[in-house]
Design a protein around this ligand. Structure first.
Ligand code: ZN
Length: 337
Protein backbone atom coordinates (compact mmCIF):
# COMPACT_ATOMS: atom_id res chain seq x y z
CA UNK A 1 0.00 0.00 0.00
CA UNK A 2 1.17 3.52 -0.73
CA UNK A 3 1.88 5.86 2.15
CA UNK A 4 -0.64 8.44 3.35
CA UNK A 5 -0.71 11.39 0.94
CA UNK A 6 -1.00 14.59 3.01
CA UNK A 7 -1.80 16.77 -0.02
CA UNK A 8 -5.03 14.89 -0.53
CA UNK A 9 -6.08 15.65 3.03
CA UNK A 10 -5.53 19.33 2.51
CA UNK A 11 -7.46 19.21 -0.76
CA UNK A 12 -10.56 17.62 0.71
CA UNK A 13 -10.55 20.04 3.59
CA UNK A 14 -10.26 23.01 1.26
CA UNK A 15 -12.97 21.57 -0.95
CA UNK A 16 -15.29 21.64 2.04
CA UNK A 17 -14.17 25.16 2.82
CA UNK A 18 -13.50 24.35 6.47
CA UNK A 19 -10.62 25.39 8.69
CA UNK A 20 -7.99 23.12 10.20
CA UNK A 21 -9.47 23.86 13.63
CA UNK A 22 -12.87 22.43 12.66
CA UNK A 23 -11.30 19.18 11.46
CA UNK A 24 -8.99 19.03 14.49
CA UNK A 25 -11.99 19.41 16.81
CA UNK A 26 -13.77 16.62 14.97
CA UNK A 27 -10.79 14.33 15.54
CA UNK A 28 -10.37 15.52 19.11
CA UNK A 29 -6.83 16.78 18.58
CA UNK A 30 -5.26 20.23 18.74
CA UNK A 31 -5.01 22.28 15.54
CA UNK A 32 -1.20 22.22 15.86
CA UNK A 33 -1.26 18.41 15.84
CA UNK A 34 -3.69 18.29 12.94
CA UNK A 35 -1.59 20.69 10.86
CA UNK A 36 1.23 18.13 11.03
CA UNK A 37 -1.00 15.66 9.19
CA UNK A 38 -1.42 18.10 6.35
CA UNK A 39 2.23 19.07 6.21
CA UNK A 40 3.23 15.43 6.15
CA UNK A 41 5.30 15.70 9.34
CA UNK A 42 3.06 13.15 11.08
CA UNK A 43 1.01 10.36 9.54
CA UNK A 44 -2.45 10.05 11.07
CA UNK A 45 -3.24 6.69 12.70
CA UNK A 46 -5.31 4.19 10.73
CA UNK A 47 -8.22 5.10 12.93
CA UNK A 48 -7.83 8.82 12.29
CA UNK A 49 -7.55 8.13 8.55
CA UNK A 50 -10.85 6.26 8.70
CA UNK A 51 -12.50 9.11 10.56
CA UNK A 52 -11.15 11.68 8.12
CA UNK A 53 -12.27 9.68 5.11
CA UNK A 54 -15.78 9.35 6.56
CA UNK A 55 -15.94 13.05 7.33
CA UNK A 56 -15.22 14.01 3.73
CA UNK A 57 -17.24 11.28 2.02
CA UNK A 58 -14.35 9.09 0.90
CA UNK A 59 -13.17 5.59 1.70
CA UNK A 60 -9.80 5.37 3.52
CA UNK A 61 -7.95 4.15 0.40
CA UNK A 62 -8.51 7.67 -0.98
CA UNK A 63 -5.64 9.02 1.09
CA UNK A 64 -3.17 6.42 -0.13
CA UNK A 65 -3.54 7.22 -3.82
CA UNK A 66 -0.23 7.84 -5.46
CA UNK A 67 -0.70 11.03 -7.42
CA UNK A 68 2.34 12.86 -8.65
CA UNK A 69 0.69 15.82 -10.26
CA UNK A 70 -2.43 17.60 -9.22
CA UNK A 71 -3.58 19.19 -12.43
CA UNK A 72 -4.82 22.70 -11.97
CA UNK A 73 -5.62 25.58 -14.20
CA UNK A 74 -6.70 28.17 -11.72
CA UNK A 75 -3.12 28.69 -10.61
CA UNK A 76 -2.33 30.10 -14.01
CA UNK A 77 -5.47 32.11 -14.26
CA UNK A 78 -5.36 35.81 -14.03
CA UNK A 79 -5.74 36.82 -10.42
CA UNK A 80 -9.06 38.36 -9.64
CA UNK A 81 -8.44 40.65 -6.75
CA UNK A 82 -12.05 40.44 -5.62
CA UNK A 83 -11.92 36.67 -5.27
CA UNK A 84 -10.81 35.85 -1.73
CA UNK A 85 -8.02 33.34 -1.30
CA UNK A 86 -10.39 31.07 0.62
CA UNK A 87 -12.95 31.07 -2.21
CA UNK A 88 -10.18 30.51 -4.68
CA UNK A 89 -8.77 27.58 -2.71
CA UNK A 90 -12.23 26.00 -2.49
CA UNK A 91 -12.84 26.22 -6.25
CA UNK A 92 -9.35 24.98 -6.97
CA UNK A 93 -9.67 22.05 -4.55
CA UNK A 94 -12.99 21.01 -6.07
CA UNK A 95 -11.53 21.16 -9.57
CA UNK A 96 -8.38 19.28 -8.61
CA UNK A 97 -10.29 16.51 -6.91
CA UNK A 98 -12.59 16.16 -9.88
CA UNK A 99 -9.55 16.13 -12.19
CA UNK A 100 -8.20 13.09 -10.34
CA UNK A 101 -11.38 11.22 -11.33
CA UNK A 102 -11.43 12.59 -14.85
CA UNK A 103 -7.77 11.86 -15.44
CA UNK A 104 -8.18 8.25 -14.30
CA UNK A 105 -11.08 7.75 -16.69
CA UNK A 106 -9.37 9.60 -19.54
CA UNK A 107 -6.32 7.34 -19.18
CA UNK A 108 -8.29 4.13 -19.22
CA UNK A 109 -10.55 5.28 -22.00
CA UNK A 110 -7.72 6.80 -24.03
CA UNK A 111 -9.39 10.16 -24.39
CA UNK A 112 -7.52 12.64 -26.56
CA UNK A 113 -8.55 16.16 -27.39
CA UNK A 114 -8.49 16.94 -31.09
CA UNK A 115 -6.34 20.07 -30.96
CA UNK A 116 -3.98 21.23 -33.70
CA UNK A 117 -0.86 23.21 -32.88
CA UNK A 118 -1.94 26.80 -33.42
CA UNK A 119 0.47 28.46 -31.04
CA UNK A 120 2.14 30.44 -33.82
CA UNK A 121 -0.84 31.92 -35.59
CA UNK A 122 -3.00 34.94 -34.82
CA UNK A 123 -6.16 34.45 -32.74
CA UNK A 124 -8.30 35.17 -35.79
CA UNK A 125 -6.48 32.64 -37.94
CA UNK A 126 -6.56 30.07 -35.15
CA UNK A 127 -10.34 30.37 -34.93
CA UNK A 128 -10.74 29.80 -38.67
CA UNK A 129 -8.29 26.89 -38.70
CA UNK A 130 -9.95 25.19 -35.76
CA UNK A 131 -13.40 25.60 -37.30
CA UNK A 132 -12.03 23.90 -40.43
CA UNK A 133 -10.31 21.08 -38.51
CA UNK A 134 -13.44 20.43 -36.47
CA UNK A 135 -15.67 20.54 -39.57
CA UNK A 136 -17.91 23.22 -38.11
CA UNK A 137 -20.37 24.45 -40.73
CA UNK A 138 -20.45 28.17 -41.47
CA UNK A 139 -22.67 30.34 -39.30
CA UNK A 140 -23.52 30.13 -35.61
CA UNK A 141 -22.19 27.29 -33.45
CA UNK A 142 -25.35 25.45 -32.53
CA UNK A 143 -24.01 24.07 -29.27
CA UNK A 144 -20.65 25.11 -27.89
CA UNK A 145 -20.46 22.42 -25.18
CA UNK A 146 -21.28 19.68 -27.67
CA UNK A 147 -18.72 21.01 -30.14
CA UNK A 148 -16.01 20.81 -27.49
CA UNK A 149 -17.09 17.40 -26.28
CA UNK A 150 -17.23 15.98 -29.80
CA UNK A 151 -13.57 16.89 -30.03
CA UNK A 152 -12.53 15.19 -26.82
CA UNK A 153 -12.61 18.20 -24.53
CA UNK A 154 -14.29 17.51 -21.20
CA UNK A 155 -16.52 20.25 -19.84
CA UNK A 156 -16.92 20.13 -16.08
CA UNK A 157 -19.60 22.53 -14.88
CA UNK A 158 -20.27 23.30 -11.25
CA UNK A 159 -21.38 26.30 -9.26
CA UNK A 160 -18.30 28.13 -7.97
CA UNK A 161 -20.48 29.81 -5.38
CA UNK A 162 -19.36 33.21 -6.64
CA UNK A 163 -19.70 35.27 -9.81
CA UNK A 164 -16.12 36.50 -9.69
CA UNK A 165 -14.71 33.80 -11.93
CA UNK A 166 -16.20 32.47 -15.18
CA UNK A 167 -14.07 29.42 -15.74
CA UNK A 168 -10.64 28.05 -16.49
CA UNK A 169 -9.03 25.12 -18.22
CA UNK A 170 -6.87 22.24 -17.09
CA UNK A 171 -4.41 20.20 -19.13
CA UNK A 172 -4.59 16.54 -18.22
CA UNK A 173 -1.68 14.09 -18.45
CA UNK A 174 -3.45 12.30 -21.26
CA UNK A 175 -3.02 15.22 -23.67
CA UNK A 176 -6.66 16.02 -23.21
CA UNK A 177 -8.19 19.20 -21.92
CA UNK A 178 -10.88 19.88 -19.38
CA UNK A 179 -12.64 23.22 -19.28
CA UNK A 180 -14.09 23.99 -15.88
CA UNK A 181 -17.14 26.21 -16.19
CA UNK A 182 -18.88 28.16 -13.46
CA UNK A 183 -22.55 27.20 -13.68
CA UNK A 184 -23.52 29.96 -11.26
CA UNK A 185 -26.93 31.41 -12.10
CA UNK A 186 -25.46 34.88 -12.39
CA UNK A 187 -24.07 33.92 -15.78
CA UNK A 188 -26.28 33.86 -18.86
CA UNK A 189 -26.09 31.01 -21.40
CA UNK A 190 -24.41 33.30 -23.96
CA UNK A 191 -21.81 34.33 -21.41
CA UNK A 192 -21.07 30.65 -20.68
CA UNK A 193 -20.59 30.04 -24.40
CA UNK A 194 -18.21 32.95 -24.68
CA UNK A 195 -16.27 31.72 -21.64
CA UNK A 196 -15.87 28.28 -23.21
CA UNK A 197 -14.60 29.84 -26.43
CA UNK A 198 -12.30 32.16 -24.48
CA UNK A 199 -10.74 29.26 -22.55
CA UNK A 200 -10.41 27.31 -25.78
CA UNK A 201 -8.46 30.27 -27.10
CA UNK A 202 -6.05 30.07 -24.16
CA UNK A 203 -5.64 26.32 -24.71
CA UNK A 204 -4.66 26.83 -28.33
CA UNK A 205 -2.69 30.03 -28.20
CA UNK A 206 -1.01 30.11 -24.83
CA UNK A 207 0.90 26.97 -24.13
CA UNK A 208 3.03 27.60 -21.03
CA UNK A 209 2.44 31.34 -21.17
CA UNK A 210 1.58 33.18 -18.01
CA UNK A 211 -1.63 35.14 -18.36
CA UNK A 212 -1.51 38.89 -18.72
CA UNK A 213 -3.55 41.59 -20.42
CA UNK A 214 -2.33 40.53 -23.84
CA UNK A 215 -3.27 36.86 -23.45
CA UNK A 216 -6.70 37.92 -22.20
CA UNK A 217 -7.21 40.13 -25.24
CA UNK A 218 -6.08 37.34 -27.55
CA UNK A 219 -8.40 34.79 -25.95
CA UNK A 220 -11.28 37.24 -26.37
CA UNK A 221 -10.34 37.84 -29.98
CA UNK A 222 -10.24 34.10 -30.60
CA UNK A 223 -13.66 33.66 -28.94
CA UNK A 224 -15.15 36.50 -30.95
CA UNK A 225 -13.92 35.03 -34.23
CA UNK A 226 -14.77 31.44 -33.33
CA UNK A 227 -18.36 32.30 -32.38
CA UNK A 228 -18.82 35.09 -34.91
CA UNK A 229 -16.61 34.48 -37.98
CA UNK A 230 -16.17 37.86 -39.65
CA UNK A 231 -16.90 36.45 -43.08
CA UNK A 232 -20.28 35.14 -41.95
CA UNK A 233 -21.41 37.86 -39.59
CA UNK A 234 -20.28 40.97 -41.47
CA UNK A 235 -22.88 40.67 -44.27
CA UNK A 236 -25.57 40.34 -41.61
CA UNK A 237 -24.28 43.36 -39.75
CA UNK A 238 -24.43 45.40 -42.95
CA UNK A 239 -27.76 44.03 -44.10
CA UNK A 240 -29.95 46.24 -41.91
CA UNK A 241 -29.56 49.13 -39.47
CA UNK A 242 -28.25 47.91 -36.13
CA UNK A 243 -31.21 48.95 -34.04
CA UNK A 244 -31.66 47.37 -30.63
CA UNK A 245 -34.41 45.14 -32.05
CA UNK A 246 -32.06 43.99 -34.80
CA UNK A 247 -29.29 43.31 -32.27
CA UNK A 248 -31.67 41.17 -30.21
CA UNK A 249 -32.49 39.17 -33.34
CA UNK A 250 -28.79 38.64 -34.02
CA UNK A 251 -28.20 37.65 -30.41
CA UNK A 252 -30.90 35.01 -30.63
CA UNK A 253 -29.49 33.66 -33.86
CA UNK A 254 -25.78 33.65 -32.95
CA UNK A 255 -26.20 32.96 -29.23
CA UNK A 256 -23.68 35.53 -28.15
CA UNK A 257 -24.25 38.71 -26.16
CA UNK A 258 -25.38 41.91 -27.82
CA UNK A 259 -22.18 43.44 -26.47
CA UNK A 260 -20.09 40.87 -28.37
CA UNK A 261 -22.01 41.56 -31.58
CA UNK A 262 -21.58 45.30 -31.27
CA UNK A 263 -17.91 44.89 -30.48
CA UNK A 264 -17.56 42.82 -33.63
CA UNK A 265 -19.56 45.34 -35.67
CA UNK A 266 -17.19 48.09 -34.60
CA UNK A 267 -14.08 45.98 -35.19
CA UNK A 268 -15.20 45.09 -38.71
CA UNK A 269 -16.18 48.66 -39.56
CA UNK A 270 -19.84 47.74 -39.77
CA UNK A 271 -20.49 50.37 -37.09
CA UNK A 272 -18.98 53.83 -36.78
CA UNK A 273 -17.11 54.83 -33.66
CA UNK A 274 -19.78 57.46 -33.04
CA UNK A 275 -22.57 54.86 -33.15
CA UNK A 276 -20.49 52.48 -31.05
CA UNK A 277 -20.06 55.07 -28.29
CA UNK A 278 -23.72 56.02 -28.45
CA UNK A 279 -24.63 52.35 -28.12
CA UNK A 280 -22.63 51.99 -24.91
CA UNK A 281 -24.22 55.09 -23.42
CA UNK A 282 -27.61 53.56 -24.16
CA UNK A 283 -26.59 50.18 -22.67
CA UNK A 284 -25.41 51.83 -19.45
CA UNK A 285 -28.39 54.11 -19.03
CA UNK A 286 -30.89 51.32 -19.64
CA UNK A 287 -29.20 48.86 -17.29
CA UNK A 288 -28.50 46.45 -20.15
CA UNK A 289 -24.80 46.68 -19.65
CA UNK A 290 -25.17 44.51 -16.56
CA UNK A 291 -28.16 42.46 -17.61
CA UNK A 292 -28.89 42.12 -21.29
CA UNK A 293 -32.30 40.94 -22.49
CA UNK A 294 -32.05 37.11 -22.32
CA UNK A 295 -33.61 36.42 -25.77
CA UNK A 296 -34.70 32.88 -24.72
CA UNK A 297 -31.29 31.30 -25.04
CA UNK A 298 -31.02 27.79 -23.69
CA UNK A 299 -28.37 26.71 -21.25
CA UNK A 300 -26.09 24.05 -22.67
CA UNK A 301 -25.41 21.01 -20.53
CA UNK A 302 -22.30 18.83 -20.63
CA UNK A 303 -22.80 15.14 -21.44
CA UNK A 304 -19.32 13.72 -22.08
CA UNK A 305 -18.37 13.31 -18.44
CA UNK A 306 -21.52 11.36 -17.83
CA UNK A 307 -20.80 9.15 -20.84
CA UNK A 308 -17.29 8.56 -19.50
CA UNK A 309 -18.70 7.46 -16.16
CA UNK A 310 -21.06 5.04 -17.92
CA UNK A 311 -18.19 3.69 -20.04
CA UNK A 312 -16.05 3.36 -16.93
CA UNK A 313 -18.76 1.38 -15.14
CA UNK A 314 -18.33 -1.27 -17.83
CA UNK A 315 -14.59 -1.43 -17.22
CA UNK A 316 -14.74 -1.23 -13.43
CA UNK A 317 -18.08 -2.32 -12.01
CA UNK A 318 -17.43 -0.92 -8.53
CA UNK A 319 -17.20 2.74 -9.46
CA UNK A 320 -17.44 4.20 -5.96
CA UNK A 321 -14.37 2.16 -5.06
CA UNK A 322 -12.63 3.21 -8.28
CA UNK A 323 -13.13 6.85 -7.28
CA UNK A 324 -12.46 6.08 -3.57
CA UNK A 325 -15.83 7.60 -2.70
CA UNK A 326 -18.47 6.43 -0.26
CA UNK A 327 -21.51 5.19 -2.12
CA UNK A 328 -23.49 8.18 -0.90
CA UNK A 329 -20.93 10.68 -2.08
CA UNK A 330 -20.55 8.88 -5.36
CA UNK A 331 -24.28 9.16 -6.00
CA UNK A 332 -24.17 12.81 -5.12
CA UNK A 333 -21.25 13.51 -7.44
CA UNK A 334 -22.17 11.46 -10.46
CA UNK A 335 -25.88 10.94 -10.53
CA UNK A 336 -26.59 14.49 -11.54
CA UNK A 337 -23.54 15.27 -13.62
ZN1 ZN B 1 -8.68 34.37 -19.76
Amino acid sequence: MNPFNPRLLRLVREQRGCSQTVVADYLGVRQAAYSKYESGAVTPSQDAQKQLAALFGYIPSFFTQKIDTFPSGLIYHRKRSALSSKERAKIEAEARLRMIDIQKMAQQQKLHSNLPDLSNVSPKEAAAKLRAQWNIPRGPIANMVETLENNGIVVLAFDFGTDLLDGFFVRLDTSSICIVLNSNEAFSPDRNRFTLAHELGHVLLHRDVMPDKKTEREADEFASEFLLPTEDIAPELRQAALTFARLKELKKKWMVSIAAIVFKAHRTQCMTTFAYRRFWTFMSSSGYRKNEPPCDLERETPALLRRMVVAQSKLTPDLPKFFHLTRERYEERYRLT
